[in-house]
Design a protein around this ligand. Structure first.
Ligand code: SF4
Length: 116
């Protein structure tokens, strides 16, 4: 029996998954999907910060624009740490395209660097 906390919504249901992948403890079906994916191919949205050349905002928040394999988290953060943003970007603009060939982009999560 595996036990997991569902992280899809703030309810944080405590899930139990038996050897036949039957899930209990979930309030909704999203918990079932989460449990199955978590045990086979766990995915996460990666959030981090990225350095900039802008003195007033030396670091800004960034994230992947879709979920990626959880095991790539450290390597993706290393890629983010290689970048220094030196141009004006608006929220949602791409900082790293197709990071580590995952199909996910690293995007900026703030308008602090937006021009004007
Ligand atoms: S099972 Fe449904 S209600 Fe419970 S935490 Fe997951 S998404 Fe939220």
């Amino acid at each position: 029996m595996n036990k997991l906390t569902c992280i899809i919504c703030p309810n944080g249901c405590q899930l139990s998954i038996d050897e036949n992948m039957n899930v209990t403890g979930n309030i909704c079906n999203r918990g079932v999907e989460f449990a199955k994916q978590e045990l086979t191919n766990p995915q996460r949205t990666i959030t981090s910060t990225c350095r900039t050349t802008f003195a007033e905002y030396p670091v800004v928040p960034v994230k992947t624009d879709k979920t990626v394999n959880k095991d790539l988290m450290k390597d993706i953060v290393k890629e983010i740490n290689k970048v220094i943003i030196d141009k004006h970007l608006a929220i949602g603009d791409i900082v790293i395209e197709n990071v580590l060939n995952t199909g996910a982009n690293i995007i900026i999560c703030t308008n602090a660097l937006k021009e004007g």
